[in-house]
Design a protein around this ligand. Sequence first.
Ligand SMILES: NC(=O)c1ccc[n+]([C@@H]2O[C@H](COP(=O)([O-])OP(=O)(O)OC[C@H]3O[C@@H](n4cnc5c(N)ncnc54)[C@H](OP(=O)(O)O)[C@@H]3O)[C@@H](O)[C@H]2O)c1
Length: 278
Amino acid sequence: MTENTRNETVLVTGASGKTGRQVADAAKAAGFGVRAASRGGAVRFDWYDRSTWDEALRGSRAAYLAYPPDVGAPGADESIAAFAQRAQEFGVRRLVLLSAIGERQAEPAERALRESGAEWTIVRATWFMQNFSEGLLLEGVRSGEFVFPAGEAPQPFIDTRDIADVVVEALTDSSYVGRALEITGSRLLSFREAMAEISAAAGREIRYVPESVKEYGAILAGFGLSPEEVAFTEALIEELLHGGDAKATDDLRQVLGRAPRDFRDFAREHAARGVWKT
Ligand SMILES: NC(=O)c1ccc[n+]([C@@H]2O[C@H](COP(=O)([O-])OP(=O)(O)OC[C@H]3O[C@@H](n4cnc5c(N)ncnc54)[C@H](OP(=O)(O)O)[C@@H]3O)[C@@H](O)[C@H]2O)c1
């Protein structure tokens, strides 16, 4: 059951990012005031600069936490523990952390939140559909030849708008406190099939070209990532995309009472907006 949320404010971190933007919109639609926070946002907030935390927290009752670049990055656990502590000192008791299904590296960050004393919910998601329509991978898709080390294993891609709807329920409804929700789309597609869906929607061929994780790591090193960052990214890709059978889950339907958005609809909608035009 959803509680009355009017006249309450939530802090949304990563508010200009793939999930944060949708969480901010969904929270506003649910009647929350929103403090949209990021380094360059209306409310300045930097995970690596604690002097920005208090102002971001002031006046909120709950917060959505998206930890960039990855919830499993080294140091995420310390930042999340310290932030959760500070949040509670400011009366921000309910904290919802975005995590990833099957990501062993995310366990310390999740543990830090669970042990913080906050009213916590962890929302573990699978690969975002929007990785293909915004952010780092968009240019590769748009080029017509999407080179990526995802192999051929199918994934239950999720729409970030569905993540946002679940996050808002978790911010609102106390029955999700103390729970880890695992949310996915309902249809498993390989990256090759995902590109075929986007090609059909966009009316142009976009080929998937698998490469090895090591080849991808070498490209990242060429872009200036440190050896540690390259090793972390390689391990993450191995684990998330080559780690075994990905499965669709039912948690999203249980929380929202409806099916997840489908990849075909995502592709058609974004193609109509011209996202993959050359
Ligand atoms: N991509 C996936 O498929 C996937 C799947 C499951 C979980 N996840 C998790 O999703 C999280 C990332 O969320 P997202 O994809 O929505 O974000 P995103 O699109 O990568 O955008 C990052 C957001 O965080 C802000 N930001 C960047 N550095 C920051 C810093 N030092 N301090 C505060 N804010 C900062 C950015 O704005 P500014 O530049 O203005 O600061 C932006 O709003 C990660 O924890 C990742 O593990 C991703």
